[in-house]
Design a protein. Structure first.
Length: 124
């Protein structure tokens, strides 16, 4: 159960690829000169949405006030990456770990789609 499923690897790879494509397109666009303010606003709003997509309205298990699925804090306030997933694995609560991995995977898929849409908008 501690192995990362192939579909998660594929989801992560797709997210990383979409981010790189957007970055490359944005670099090329900026090299041509200033970006139209309306396009810049669209891209900025999209990037803000991307950050909001990392929030889980239910929070992490046991601490619903921590909403961010990528970053959180331990009870000691030490930093923690992938808090819901990490703490579930540390507790060996595989059912909860699978649930947290699913939340993370859906957020990755949603943000991959958003990055792809922003890249299409940029290249119109």
């Amino acid at each position: 159960m501690t192995d990362i499923p192939d579909e998660f690897d594929d989801t992560y790879d797709a997210f990383e690829s979409a981010g790189k494509k957007l970055n490359d397109s944005l670099s090329a666009k900026l090299a041509q000169g200033p970006i139209d303010p309306k396009l810049a606003a669209t891209l900025n709003h999209g990037m803000m949405q991307l950050e909001r997509n990392w929030l889980n309205p239910d929070g992490i298990p046991g601490r619903p006030w921590f909403k961010h699925i990528l970053y959180g804090a331990r009870f000691t306030y030490a930093h923690l990456e992938l808090p819901g997933l990490t703490e579930s694995v540390e507790k060996q609560d595989w059912r909860e770990a699978k649930k947290q991995a699913g939340i993370l995977q859906r957020a990755l898929e949603k943000n991959t789609k958003l990055l792809t849409q922003l890249n299409s908008t940029l290249n119109q």
